[in-house]
Design a protein around this ligand. Structure first.
Ligand code: FCB
Length: 387
């Protein structure tokens, strides 16, 4: 049965600056990739050289049929030293936004996607109580300089992940394993979101939200209390913090089962995807329903996708996720768009370049792009506004 989507539905694809631009040596991640014991697979180096190749990348995204492109601004480029703003870097992002408009693609701008300037890290990182204010200052300056060129903004991508991965699990910078620090950093990210929302909103008039990392959680073997505990610190405090936002961005990929001891990774028989995640397209609708139920806000799917080398599997995954998303719309949930992660095969953080989420592959020696069948297929769905 053909499923049509509402007029004006945002069909897009997403990237983040650090994962595609290349050469972001002012960022904390640049050091982290090289830090002994960080466990990073490889350095990002030139990434996809999107910093220079964005004109043809945005043209390709438009030509495929997408009407939206989500990308992020690299804080360390715009503010390389505290309070010192680079007009050249802001000019670069202005040209990216202008390119989007020339290509009739609506930009969704993210102000923080996992990376912070090295000077922030040196000053105490996200544990420092001054960091939220510093972040909001950068957001306000940048939004003012780019006002009129964007009307949808995300303050922070997955404000729930750097606290967990960087301060409790130790696999993101600064590599701490201190559950108490995670809680402090959670609060600082929430404060930063609120300050940034106000700064971006008043400087630009854009609609502002966060993009939250959500997982479909399922209690097994009596794991209900543990599930509640995990969900509270990982998602609910952030959903509560999003109640005054203009929309909630949902990033969702998979399901985790939770036993009394905590999260259980899928067993050997389960069908897994590149990061060891369960292949579970139904997770998207479960997370959309939950985000909407808890906030009552309009939802935008700001990330959904699958890491795989089998592009047919990618199409199957997206088709199933979109079919469920259409059910959410039929239930009356205001879902404004679907942004696939990711436009390009890119630098997948500590995993390096191995996992492939892209609709477009990238030859890392020549930087040559090749659109995958999934890119053409999803572009066609976008163009027709019909699954
Ligand atoms: C999300 C991140 C994104 C990418 C995907 C696979 O958590 O926002 O940068 O790593 O997962």
């Amino acid at each position: 049965m053909p499923r049509s989507f509402p007029p004006g539905f945002l069909w897009g694809t997403a990237t983040s600056a650090y994962q595609v631009e290349g050469g972001n040596y002012g960022s904390d991640w640049w050091e982290w990739e090289r830090a002994p014991g960080s466990g990073c697979a490889e350095p990002s180096l030139d990434a996809c050289d999107h910093y220079h190749l964005y004109p043809s990348d945005i043209a390709t995204i438009a030509a495929l049929g997408f009407n939206t492109y989500r990308f992020s601004i690299e804080w360390s480029r715009v503010e390389p030293e505290p309070g010192e703003y680079s007009k050249a870097a802001i000019g670069h992002y202005r040209r990216m936004l202008e390119t989007c408009h020339e290509q009739r693609v609506r930009p969704v701008v993210t102000f923080h996607h996992f990376t912070s300037p090295r000077w922030i890290a040196a000053a105490g990182g996200w544990e420092d109580p001054a960091t939220p204010q510093r972040f909001a200052h950068y957001c306000g300056e940048t939004a003012r300089a780019l006002a009129g060129l964007f009307d949808l903004a995300i303050t922070i991508n997955e404000p729930n992940m750097p606290p967990l991965l960087g301060y409790e699990d130790g696999i993101f910078p600064p590599g701490k394993r201190e559950p108490e620090a995670r809680l402090r950093v959670n609060s600082n990210f929430i404060e930063a979101h609120h300050l940034a929302r106000a700064a971006i909103g008043s400087a630009s008039g854009a609609r502002v939200g966060m993009a939250l990392a959500m997982v479909e959680l399922e209690a097994v073997d009596g794991g209900d209390a543990q599930l509640e505990r995990i969900q509270h610190v990982r998602e609910d405090v952030f959903l509560e913090a999003a109640r005054e936002d203009d929309f909630v961005g949902v990033n969702a990929y998979t399901r985790h089962q939770v036993g009394p001891e905590g999260i259980r990774w899928p067993d050997a028989e389960a069908e897994r995807t590149a990061l060891g995640w369960e292949n579970r397209p139904a997770a998207l609708a479960a997370c959309v329903r939950r985000a909407h139920g808890m906030t009552g806000k309009p939802i935008i799917v700001t990330e959904n996708g699958i890491g795989t080398n089998d592009d047919h599997r990618r199409i199957d995954y997206i088709r199933a996720a979109l079919s469920d998303l259409h059910d959410c719309l039929a239930e009356g949930i205001d879902v404004g768009g679907y942004l696939y992660w990711s436009a390009l095969d890119n630098f997948e953080w500590n995993h390096g370049y191995g996992p492939r989420f892209g609709l477009i592959s990238v030859d890392r020696t020549t930087q040559e792009r090749t659109v995958k069948p999934s890119g053409r297929w999803l572009g066609e769905v976008a163009r027709r506004n019909l699954l």
